[in-house]
Design a protein around this ligand. Structure first.
Ligand code: ADP
Length: 991
């Protein structure tokens, strides 16, 4: 059967500017801030029930209920409500009823504040249950991920189609977003009534019907044939896997089409659309009505991060911290969660607040025991609750005496719309009479007044429960964002909220009482869900396009396994060149002999001085090596940049001054202790205590040093300063020091690695392979100076434009190319250049210029560590960026995080490729099928970065599967290590 949809009335409209979409304007919102005096709304004509009738004995203050009881009976000019206070937070007035039965009924429908607080607590628990992967399956509040990870930023632009599946009709919209802050989208829409049989027929027929509506709609507006993205508003519980992939969990609201549950509804709609030959229409996003409301409200400038629907049913959604949404894979940023809170209480958690009236409503519903929260709040049920209260009071002969009341036994005889009319302040009493008389009842004035009170009680209870739920969401958001105070906008829609001003007032004030740490502003949704859906679709498109551009920009920084294998092979090749006597001069990896021939054996003893020069700071140490271990004392001295880059004489004078200061402080002036000098710059070592500086690195450039023996320079400075007690026995590199200090704890440690300001590695090579030193026996530690790997151009194809920009601005351009991809001195700079490129391409910070980001070195490598930590990293990223005068949205922060991850991952992987070459060579040297070796590591980047070591080790396992490599972090390697080299040398020199 082909179902032809027919348009409803004159639903078709088109025009510039905002259109009225056929909804009543939102009720004006009255905000009742906590602690503010609240006056009751004026009582309407004939509001006799609000003031005590002459015969009624008005109980003096709260005798009719506990003082904390929160009352909805606040009406009547004569009785302005007292100002809320801590204990009496909301106006309470005892029930002004003559009959205790009526009072009892009203009290049963009144929930004390402390109970509301408990309901909020239970809602929070239910939410956690829904969020957790372990308990999700049993949760009533499902907390479904929506894969909507951002709210609109106003730049969304273009034509979007929306299809909204509603209770009894399908609405199709054509929304043109202008990219001007979303102030004025142009909307054309059409409503198609849905034949009754469709909602309970075959699933295929439902989707065919929707697609036919769409075809008819598009034909009517002679739409262009270019690709049209479509957002689908589907207000049912779905298990969403992506924005455009969602399986229906179960139908509700009277729908029961076959063959849809468990299926991907996006796919079903897309197939139906294709059947209509609308091949240019792509369903790109699916969302429910709550999400649509949130997005619609977000279009007015301020982001809206929570939405509530209080209509036929009730539901809510909010932007949760993505890492808490365990059912989705996202770990950073935010994700909108559809709470599906209508089922809250299905496990009995609300039994203490359920009245006998609620039980009757539930039993008579089509789904007894289910949707218990919705049945207390949703407008589908409020008329029924009132009917049951009236029935009970009639049975007690308190109402409608003398009337025939049989009509009240008929289900749904009282509509929620009528309830809302009855509680109206102005017309309510007259409406009550009209409604009751229409039912064949003969109400007295007092009957009308009591019915009005009951209606108010039922609706107010719904608002208070809604507030408890909202308070739970707000407190959860505040807690999970670790805020002291949450300021947030809440979009609200639904006939109850729109139809009764007081609903919003109660919602606002009770929420304020239950979540005082949160400041929520309720925003009535003016345009329903359609525009919001268009925006979600547009955001999805914008993000997808951005993602593609970002991926393109970052692609050169992503190394494939093949790239890394090539780097490993090149490193191996350069190592061989560096070791060979003939080829040594042309190798970019210098493979310098250190004259260190053994690692510690544990018999070393004595007291040693150690110097550590080569990084950010200069240190002097005294190291005591005894049977019970090593003890050290040290002092850090700053080397001013002017000294680093001045004359060699000044630099070495400064060093001697620091040593003398240290010896004075340590009372060591009178002793001549053997000294080990950690000098972490490339040196041609000619003996253990003779090292010719080949070049400066890491920002040093003191003149007159390159080509000189640094031990000699030190001795000369000592003479100039008349410091005669200096006995330098060994000069070592920090990498060697690190290996030696770890070797003291682990004899398998035969490799040293540094990833700090710079990067370097050393390892124990067979003497027979070291062509540059005489002798074939035993091993010698080789200082690879691998930072210079690639200086001969062999890595040129993996350098990106960003690396080139960083290199150009260094004092040693074209040198230390491998180091400039890996170490702490450069990673921040690489990131900074990428961020600048992203800004230029309008992919970051809305393309706004960032003057501070132009400053060299302003983006420090330690920021990468902070930004890449899981959990609260995004907030930290935002704080860091704020310090750089950058206003980052969460999307911006996510992008900055992605850039940092890309840069640090590449650094770790390149380091792994280098190490893979080393361990594989050692394994082959020793003719082993499997090598077990330990790497002693030092350097703040390695130690502090949250993922560097993990990525390095993982990649190394992959590239060198026949080596079992353990990593041992060195504790003060260059200090302790230098002393140990001196100690080993002294031990060997002993007769
Ligand atoms: P050096 O190598 O100079 O002896 P470090 O090993 O302490 O000194 O390394 C210093 C480098 O580490 C600096 O260049 C800095 O960029 C980087 N760094 C400092 N803190 C961190 C951090 N938290 N995470 C990553 N890198 C850091």
């Amino acid at each position: 059967m082909l179902l032809t949809p027919w348009p409803r009335g004159a639903g078709m409209q088109r025009g510039g500017g905002r259109q009225s979409l056929g909804r009543a304007p939102p009720a004006p919102l009255v905000c009742l801030g906590v602690g503010r005096r609240v006056s009751c709304p004026p009582a309407g004509r004939g509001s006799a029930g609000d003031a005590p009738p002459p015969s009624t004995q008005v109980p003096s203050e709260p005798s009719a209920g506990p003082p904390e009881r929160w009352s909805h009976l606040c009406t009547g000019k004569a009785h302005p409500c007292p100002a809320p206070s801590e204990r009496h937070p909301l106006p309470f007035r005892p029930a002004l009823m003559s009959r205790p039965q009526v009072q009892r009924a009203l009290l049963a429908l009144t929930i004390p504040l402390e109970t509301l607080q408990a309901v909020k607590g239970r809602m929070l628990q239910a939410m956690y249950k829904g969020l957790s992967r372990q308990t999700h399956a049993q949760a009533n509040v499902r907390m479904l991920p929506t894969y909507i990870c951002s709210t609109p930023d106003g730049t969304e632009k273009g034509d979007i189609l929306v299809v909204e599946l509603c209770q009894s009709h399908v609405r199709t919209l054509w929304v043109t977003l202008l990219g001007d802050g979303n102030q004025s989208p142009q909307v054309t829409y059409k409503i198609f009534d849905m034949p009754e049989d469709i909602i309970q027929g075959k699933g295929e027929a439902l989707f065919d019907f929707i697609a036919q509506c769409l075809r008819q709609f598009l034909a009517g507006i002679s739409s262009p044939q270019h690709r049209l993205p479509l957002g689908f508003v589907f207000p049912f519980s779905c298990r969403q896997m992506q924005l455009d992939k969602a399986e229906l969990i179960s139908w509700s609201k009277g729908f029961s089409c076959s063959d849809v549950e468990g299926k991907d509804v996006v796919q079903l709609l897309q197939s139906a659309i294709n059947k209509q030959e609308l091949h240019h229409v792509d369903v790109v996003a699916l969302m429910n009505d709550t999400v649509g409301t949130m997005m619609t409200c977000s279009m007015r400038g301020e982001p809206c991060e929570v939405a509530l629907i209080v209509g036929t049913g009730t539901n809510s959604c909010f932007m949760a911290e993505a890492q808490q949404v365990e059912m989705a894979e996202e770990i950073s940023g935010k994700m909108c969660v559809n709470t599906e809170w209508g089922c809250f209480g299905d496990d009995g958690t609300l039994s203490d607040i359920l009245t006998p009236y609620d039980q009757h409503v539930d039993q008579e519903s089509s789904n007894p025991g289910e949707k218990r929260f919705e049945k207390l709040v949703g407008s589908l049920y409020l008329g029924e609750i009132v009917r049951h209260v009236l029935t009970a009071l009639v049975a007690e002969k308190v109402l409608f005496t003398g009337s025939s009341v049989a009509i009240l036994r008929t289900k749904d005889v009282l509509k929620t719309q009528q309830v809302l009319e009855i509680i109206d302040n102005e017309e309510g009493m007259a409406k009550a009479r009209r409604v009751l008389e229409a039912l064949g009842l003969q109400p007295s004035e007092q009957d009308c007044c009591r019915v009005q009170q009951i209606c108010r009680a039922v609706v107010s209870r719904a608002a208070a429960l809604c507030a408890a739920g909202l308070a739970a969401i707000l407190s959860h958001m505040c807690q999970s964002r670790e805020l002291e105070r949450l300021v947030v906008n809440v979009g609200v829609d639904g006939e109850l909220y729109r139809g009764y001003t007081r609903f919003g007032e109660i919602l606002q004030s009770v929420t304020g009482l239950l979540a005082p740490e949160c400041m929520a502003t309720l925003l009535p949704s003016v345009d329903g869900t359609g525009q919001g859906a268009a925006v979600v679709t547009a955001v999805a498109l914008r993000l997808a396009a951005q993602r593609r551009e970002v991926d393109q920009l970052l692609a050169p920084l992503r190394l494939s396994r093949a790239d890394l294998e090539r780097v490993q092979a090149l490193m191996r090749q350069e190592m061989e060149l560096g070791l060979g006597l003939e080829s040594h001069a042309n190798a970019s990896v210098r493979m310098l002999p250190t004259y260190v021939r053994g690692t510690p054996d544990g018999t070393e003893r004595g007291e040693f001085l150690a110097l550590d020069l080569g990084g950010t700071n200069f240190r002097v140490l005294v190291v005591r090596v005894a049977q019970d271990g090593i003890r050290m004392a040290s002092e850090i001295y700053v080397i001013p940049t002017a000294v680093m880059q001045g004359t060699g004489e000044a630099l070495f004078n400064h060093i001697i001054e620091c040593i003398m200061d240290f010896q004075l402080k340590q009372d060591l002036m009178e002793q001549v202790l053997p000294l080990g000098f950690t000098f972490s710059f490339p040196c041609q070592q000619l003996g253990l205590d003779k090292a010719v500086l080949l070049s400066w690195t890491k920002g040093f450039s003191a003149s007159g040093c390159v080509g000189q023996d640094v031990v000699q320079l030190l001795r000369e400075a000592a003479q100039r300063k008349q410091h005669l007690g200096l006995k330098v026995v060994a000069v070592v590199n920090d990498t060697v020091g690190t290996m030696m200090s770890c070797g003291y704890d682990d004899p398998k440690c035969e490799i040293g690695l540094i990833v700090g300001t710079g990067t370097n590695a050393c390892y124990m090579e067979e003497m027979q392979n070291v062509g540059t030193v005489e002798g074939e026996q035993g091993r010698m530690c080789i200082n690879m100076e691998w930072g210079a790997f690639g200086d001969n151009g062999c890595l040129d194809d993996i350098f990106t434009d960003f690396d080139r920009l960083v290199d150009e601005k260094t004092i040693n351009a074209g040198k230390q190319r491998f180091e400039k991809l890996i170490s702490g001195m450069y990673l921040g700079e690489i990131v900074r250049h990428i961020l600048l490129a992203l800004v230029e391409k309008q992919l970051l910070f809305c393309g706004k210029p960032c003057p501070k980001l132009q400053t060299r070195d302003i983006f420090q490598t330690k920021f990468l560590s902070t930004i890449e930590i899981d959990g609260l990293a995004l907030r930290q990223a935002q704080a860091i960026l704020q310090d750089l005068e950058l206003q980052a949205s969460s999307e911006d922060s996510l992008l900055v995080q992605k850039v940092c991850q890309t840069v640090s991952l590449r650094a770790a992987q390149l380091c792994a490729a280098g190490l893979a070459a080393v361990v594989e060579k050692m394994r082959e040297n020793r003719g082993l099928a499997q090598l077990a070796v330990t790497v002693g590591v030092d350097g703040t980047l390695y130690k502090m970065h949250p993922r560097f070591s993990q990525h390095l080790q993982q990649m190394l396992r992959d590239l060198a599967p026949n080596c079992t490599v353990t990593f041992l972090q060195s504790e003060d390697g260059s200090g302790k290590g230098a002393a140990l080299v001196a100690a080993v040398a002294c031990r060997r020199a002993e007769p």
